[in-house]
Design a protein around this ligand. Structure first.
Ligand SMILES: Cc1cc2nc3c(=O)[nH]c(=O)nc-3n(C[C@H](O)[C@H](O)[C@H](O)COP(=O)(O)OP(=O)(O)OC[C@H]3O[C@@H](n4cnc5c(N)ncnc54)[C@H](O)[C@@H]3O)c2cc1C
Length: 537
């Protein structure tokens, strides 16, 4: 059948990966599950077949292939019928290595991306903690800078590849009072002094190792910081789309494999003198599943297409992850029923498919969190720019320009700021209006680079008002009233605005609680990065 998404070359790649999975993975599924481990050599074999660098730059040994090669790879990986293996490989290639490819320095790429693609070093991502899972901003692991190193202390849990892996991308707080804004990411060697791990027993994904990690005074070179300090939360949010897409693709492919496996069984197994496949109730159940899997597949392909085209994909990626993982969970339940008592026996692979699919609605953001994101977009009209590809995203390497608190030539005259030349401080108890007009004093043109955009602030209550803040050509200016087209509109109360600016309230919490309404979160995050915090005195 002709496909909208796959070319002849994609299908040839599918055939190659499928043969690899059939020969090198599927026959060993039971053994690896029993061993609770994936043999080390298999990573090397995958690398030798150019399977660990499909999306990554050719300069580091990757294939730099378009995203539909990754879709093919992940689908065939799941057709091995070994979801734990697919999870381990997926976390290594599309999460750990993806962070380094996206945010790592040249030195980090040489030290981890290149050997990662070669199957010599296996990576993990450690965000979740015993007291912070869905609420990423609440993590407590700390990284304190001391000269050329950071000292990391804290605990992580449920970390895939955290036990047998070689390096870990660790999320830690570099600024304790900053909430989401104070998180940074570090690459930490698994065998570094002070890192210890305990392997966790779990319901499924038996061959994949899941670890509880402890960081006790771990000395990490400052050069192992990924990207900029305090930007970790935004990097995690950015990479979530890929993680969710990966979860959707593997869920659909796993569900499809489970259905095919069950169809074969019901044609062979007899009851009341007929194959099970002749009983109408089973036929209808499986017809429903086939329809839902197809719907999940098409939704996932469309999400993948938007992601690949660098279009806004947050809504479709969240929908695809939610729907596909729920369909996969339902599929394994309905299919296990078709096997009767045999379905409940470990000897039958369907029991493994059932256990494995259960993880899908939890990992990479739970179904409830997906519904929260979708509800915000559908009901509250919140929108997001393409992750990391916002045309107006600030560029760290952009030339530094001097900040000027004046309108650019030809623009309407700006309301003169009420602030003095020195920035106003938290201690002076300014009004919200004064804080908005003081923004040019805290503006960082070096962080703004080529950014160009207008934000409308609608601040209710005493000391508030309506304001237009415009950034462009290395300048920031503020006007009274709402002018021009805004890339984002922010609506809040004067009290909440002041609480956020003075650090009394975490902006993410205020947003989640509905105290701040934002029409484009990504634009606001980009905008916020261009300003220093308010000084204490
Ligand atoms: C097999 C496995 C592998 C994993 N691998 C990794 C890994 O490699 N790296 C990593 O960092 N993490 C990993 N995780 C952790 C995973 O991402 C978290 O388990 C997940 O994000 C949920 O967090 P939590 O377990 O703390 O649950 P909680 O956040 O405590 O949530 C508990 C329940 O409350 C619901 N809930 C929470 N907040 C809300 C809300 N605002 N609205 C409605 N409902 C809500 C949740 O949906 C859930 O049902 C893994 C987990 C598993 C099971």
């Amino acid at each position: 059948m002709k496909s909208l998404f796959f070319t002849e070359e994609h299908q040839q790649f599918r055939s190659m990966v499928g043969k690899f999975m059939e020969k090198e993975i599927a026959p060993f599924a039971n053994q690896w599950e029993a061993d609770r481990a994936i043999p080390r050599e298999i990573w090397k074999k995958m690398a030798a077949n150019e399977l660990l660098g499909v999306p990554h730059p050719a300069a580091y040994g990757g294939s730099e292939a378009d995203f539909f090669y990754s879709v093919v790879f992940l689908e065939e990986l799941s057709r091995s019928g070994l979801a734990g293996f697919a999870a381990a490989v997926g976390v290594h290639v599309y999460i750990a290595l993806a962070y380094i490819a996206e945010f790592g320095s040249e030195a980090l790429k040489e030290a981890y991306l290149r050997p990662g693609i070669a199957g010599e070093k296996i990576g993990a991502l450690a965000v979740t903690e015993p007291d912070a899972g869905s609420d990423v901003a609440a993590i407590r692991t700390r990284a304190k800078r001391e000269g050329d190193i950071y000292i990391i202390d804290g605990a992580k849990t449920f970390i895939t590849n955290g036990y047998y892996g070689d390096f870990i991308v660790v999320a830690a707080k570099t600024e304790t009072a900053e909430g989401a804004g104070g998180i940074s990411l570090f690459v930490v060697d698994r065998n570094a002094e002070g890192v210890s791990a305990r392997k966790l027993d779990k319901v499924g994904w038996h061959c994949s190792d899941t670890a509880e990690l402890s960081f006790d005074g771990v000395k990490t070179p400052a050069a192992n910081l990924l990207g900029e300090e305090n930007m970790g939360f935004y990097y995690i949010m950015q990479c979530f789309q890929l993680e969710r897409l990966m979860a959707a693709i593997t869920s659909v492919a796993g569900a499809n494999f489970t259905l095919e496996h069950t169809l074969q069984y019901i044609k062979e197994r007899q009851a009341f003198g007929r194959p099970l496949a002749k009983f109408q109730v089973l036929r209808h159940n499986l017809a429903d599943l086939a329809t839902e899997i197809e719907a999940a597949r098409q939704l996932t392909y469309q999400a993948a297409y938007q992601y690949d085209q660098k279009e806004e994909a947050v809504k479709l990626c969240s929908m695809a992850k939610l729907y596909a993982s729920e369909v996969a969970k339902k599929t394994t339940d309905v299919c296990l029923q078709c096997f009767g008592g045999y379905g409940y026996m470990d000897d039958y692979p369907i029991s493994r498919f059932y256990r494995d699919a259960r993880a899908g609605t939890i990992v990479g953001g739970t179904s409830e969190i997906m519904r929260e994101i979708i509800a915000k977009m559908v009901i509250d009209q919140v929108s997001y720019s393409p992750p990391g590809q916002s045309k107006s995203a600030p560029q760290a390497e952009a030339p530094v320009r001097k900040s000027e608190n004046q309108a650019s030539p030809g623009a309407p005259a700006a309301e003169p700021p009420t602030a003095a030349a020195t920035p106003i401080s938290k201690a002076g108890n300014p009004t919200a209006r004064e804080v908005v007009f003081d923004l040019p004093n805290r503006f960082r043109p070096d962080k703004a680079g080529d950014y160009r955009g207008t934000i409308h602030f609608i601040i209710k209550g005493e000391g508030g008002g309506e304001f237009t803040v415009e950034v462009g050509e290395g300048l920031c200016r503020v006007q009274e009233g709402l002018h021009g087209d805004a890339v984002c509109r922010v609506q809040t109360s004067a009290k909440t605005y002041l609480d956020i600016e003075t650090g009394r309230t975490n902006p993410q919490v205020a947003f989640m609680m509905g105290r701040v309404k934002v029409t484009n979160v990504t634009e606001l995050i980009n905008f916020t990065r261009m300003f220093d915090k308010m000084p204490d005195t």
